[in-house]
Design a protein around this ligand. Structure first.
Ligand SMILES: [Zn+2]
Length: 122
C-alpha cells in the first residue's frame, strides 16, 4: 500500500506510470525509515518552462521532516537523509533524474529544501 501525504494544492492526476512506480518506492523507503512521505508538488505549481512536472513525469518531496533527536532537540538528520536518498536512488534504477535540492550551487543551504524526481530516459 502506498502511504503518502499531499501538501495543499498538489495536483496528482494522470501521472506517468514510471512516476507512479517511483511513488511506490519512495513510500516503501520512507516507511522503512519511519518518516512521513510528503509530496509538495506534482502537476501543480510553477516550474521551469519545459519542466517534466507539466507532463505528469515529475514530483517533489519534502525533506525537512527527516529529523532525529539531538540531545532532546528534533533537527534535520542529514545522515538519515542521505541514507534514504541513496536507497531510493538505488531502487529507482536507470531512467530517472533524482536531484537533491537542498544545497545551492555554491554549497549553502537553500531556504526550501526538497528532492525532485523525474522520468527522463536518455
Ligand atoms: Zn520538481
Amino acid at each position: 500500500m502506498i502511504k503518502c501525504v499531499y501538501e495543499d494544492g498538489v495536483v496528482w492526476e494522470d501521472m506517468h506510470p514510471k512516476i507512479e512506480f517511483a511513488k511506490k518506492i519512495f513510500s516503501d523507503v520512507f516507511e522503512e525509515y519511519g518518516v512521513d512521505f510528503v509530496i509538495t508538488s506534482a502537476r501543480d505549481g510553477k516550474h521551469m518552462v519545459g519542466s517534466k512536472h507539466y507532463e505528469g513525469a515529475a514530483f517533489d518531496t519534502r525533506t525537512k521532516n527527516i529529523v532525529s533527536d539531538f540531545n532532546g532537540v528534533k533537527k534535520f538528520d542529514r545522515f538519515k537523509g542521505q541514507m534514504i536518498f541513496d536507497e531510493i536512488k538505488r531502487r529507482l534504477g536507470n531512467g530517472y533524474d533524482f536531484l537533491d535540492k537542498r544545497l545551492n550551487k555554491n554549497g549553502t543551504w537553500r531556504d526550501i529544501q526538497y528532492w525532485h524526481v523525474e522520468w527522463d530516459p536518455k
